[in-house]
Design a protein around this ligand. Structure first.
Ligand code: FES
Length: 110
């Protein structure tokens, strides 16, 4: 399955992923600019992405933990999610997300 990821410079990447993987892991393993400091433990918010509106309702709703953490991200928007909390499934084949500036490796935010 594939996901489409727009990086912080506006370039779009089509990345191959596997069912059950976290979106954060796919982005990281393909070498895009994502800090993902806590490694997916839902405690850093440096895997922040914006989910394309058309895909938002297909995602499982965020946990309270994820919501609380998202409030700490500086550039949060209504379509913000933590990419380590999105598990790939067949339904999400083609998912489109955009990396937030605060997810960049050299970002001092979050
Ligand atoms: S990698 Fe830390 S919250 Fe997602």
């Amino acid at each position: 399955m594939k996901i489409l990821v727009t990086d912080q410079d506006g370039a779009e990447h089509e990345l191959e992923g596997l069912e059950g993987w976290r979106v954060m892991e796919v982005i990281r393993d393909w070498g895009l600019n994502i800090k993902a400091e806590c490694g997916g433990a839902c405690s850093c918010a440096t895997c922040h992405v914006y989910v394309d509106e058309a895909w938002l309702e297909k995602l499982a709703p965020p946990s309270h933990e994820e919501e609380d953490l998202l409030y700490t991200a500086p550039d949060v928007q209504p379509n913000s999610r933590l990419s380590c909390q999105i598990l790939l499934s067949d339904e999400l084949d083609g998912l489109k997300v955009t990396l937030a500036q605060s997810a960049a490796k050299d970002s001092e935010a979050a």
